[in-house]
Design a protein around this ligand. Structure first.
Ligand code: ZN
Length: 387
């Protein structure tokens, strides 16, 4: 179920009459109506349109965005993603930032890592604030003998050395939620069930010959062990979304690692439905290490006029959402998540059959998770503004 803006406003107005201004000032939690006033960052989106509509809506909601480019065949080619990001950065330097990426094609050829470093360097000069490496490393890329290439493969080492030395954050999506190794009917959240039903090639339960969940985590950790000063962001709760205890151990072991919550808030809610206080304590204890993020993905449009985008132009694609639709979807998601983190309301969420009780985190914790951590971890982003 999704909440309309009207519904939110009515609920907010109903809650107001009993509260004096003093009580509101003393309130340790934000309320729904604070949503539009508190600076926020969504640190994991995929913006593929150069039309300004969505970013204008984000700015109205006081959201800044980190758009992440990915080496993914279902996305526009990397050069197109880079071009779109440069255009959006030019138009919204205070509200838009992006992470560059690189293709793993030819990863075992001589000179490959030098060429990748040169591309990263060029992207950083054009404003990229981080570099993403995707799950195709560990789940798709094979070596000449047919074995899966993992993230700690020596061919990648010069690139991660370079990022470490130059303090460029690496955004890592390695492995998948643990649900990926379970049958569909054993998965804990419906978004995983839907995704793996639609993408059987990534549903590892069906591919027992592929690396295990533990193999993925081990390879990622071994890469981090080799790069103790690397600014690492474990995307999707570092693929440890199923247990805040495991995640706490990871964050303790790697003091330069942070995490985002992208597409895994349902997993947090699954846990808070069972261990409410434990999840709340985790978010408070690790308040400096966690970033709010959604993973919402915008459809490409034909605005940049390149061939790929002409082929997949929104008006020719019946499943494509118009840009206004995307802004509406984002606002609904942002408001639903805001209610979960800031109030004690019981809410319905698309990922779970059971309703979820909000965590009502302290304002200072929300400020960190929703913006201050992102400003610290990506110091060159959003016009270096402090807001
Ligand atoms: Zn993503």
């Amino acid at each position: 179920m999704k909440y309309s803006l009207n519904y939110v406003l009515i609920m907010v107005l109903m809650g107001l009459p009993g509260l004096s201004p003093e009580a509101v000032a003393m309130d340790p939690h934000y309320r729904m109506e604070d949503f539009y006033n508190v600076p926020k960052v969504d640190t994991h989106m995929h913006l593929h349109s150069t039309r300004p509509d969505f970013m204008q809506a984000a700015v109205r909601a006081r959201f800044k965005v980190l758009s992440i480019n990915v080496d993914y065949a279902d996305f526009p080619p990397i050069d197109d993603q880079q071009r779109t990001a440069e255009i959006l950065l030019g138009e919204f330097p205070q509200a838009f930032a992006y992470a560059a990426t690189f293709s793993v094609k030819g990863y075992d050829q001589p000179g490959w890592s030098d060429a990748v470093i040169a591309r990263i360097d060029a992207a950083v000069k054009k404003g990229a604030v981080a570099v993403k490496v995707w799950k195709n490393v560990g789940m798709e890329l094979r070596d000449r003998n047919g074995a899966m290439v993992m993230i700690d493969d020596p061919h990648f080492r010069p690139i991660f050395d370079y990022l470490e030395k130059n303090q460029i954050p690496l955004l890592g999506h390695q492995g998948e939620p643990k649900n990926c190794w379970l049958p569909l009917d054993k998965m804990t959240v419906s978004n995983d069930r839907d995704y793996f039903a639609a993408h059987p090639q990534y549903h590892m339960y069906l591919h027992p010959d592929m690396p295990s969940y533990e193999d993925q985590m081990r390879a990622r950790n071994s890469m981090l062990d080799q790069h103790p000063k690397l600014q690492f962001v474990g995307l999707h709760m570092a693929s440890l979304e199923w247990s805040v205890d495991e995640l706490a151990r990871f964050l303790d072991r790697y003091p330069n690692a942070n995490i985002d919550l992208a597409a895994r808030i349902g997993q947090l809610q699954y846990q808070s439905n069972r261990h409410y206080e434990k999840v709340r304590r985790f978010l408070i204890k690790y308040q400096d290490r966690i970033m709010y993020a959604t993973d919402l993905e915008q459809d490409p449009d034909s605005a940049t006029g390149n061939d790929y985008q002409k082929l997949t132009a929104c008006d020719q694609n019946p499943t494509c959402k118009a840009d206004g639709e995307f802004a509406k979807e984002a606002l609904q998601t942002w408001l639903r998540d805001w209610r979960y983190f800031n109030t004690t309301a019981t809410i319905t969420v698309p990922e779970l059959a059971r309703p979820v009780k909000g965590l009502a985190l302290p304002k200072s914790v929300v400020d960190k998770i929703y913006s201050q951590n992102a400003q610290r971890i990506f110091p060159g982003a959003w016009g270096k503004s402090s807001q």
